[in-house]
Design a protein around this ligand. Sequence first.
Ligand code: CA2
Length: 149
Amino acid sequence: MSRLVYLLNGPNLNLLGKRQPHIYGHETLADVERDCRALAGELALELRFHQSNREYELIDWIHEARETAVGIVMNPAAFTHTSVAILDALNTFEGTVIEVHISNVHKREEFRHHSFVSKRADGVIAGFGTQGYLLGLHRVAKLLDEKKG
Ligand code: CA2
């Protein structure tokens, strides 16, 4: 069985570590990618790591994942709260979906409390900083290993 995982990041996350460190911390997306690749190696996962500010591009990667991947770890960023199109795409994916938010969205503005993506996600991680991505990868690996028996 494949151990390919897509790690997808939505709009503005390319600015991670460069703006609003009081909310999102000091690590850049390149730091996150480096740490995720190191952990994926330890967990024997193959990783595709992407970020886009364009909704259609995220949807195209979800479609790509349908063919090949066993898991999607996704921080949809602001699309979390707005995108039925991303939810529809995730609903066509049969593997594990983990939704990650760096900040605790429930502690923030009301409009961040609703997530379309949570309607599909198998697990939701919020408020663990960028460690949330690593926790998401651990979860995908654990579910895979349980399936293998
Ligand atoms: O907490 C999260 O990870 C969010 O998904 C981040 C989104 C926000 O819209 C969600 O409500 C919660 C925003 C991503 C923007 O990322 C930036 C990072 C650094 C500087 C500016 C924006």
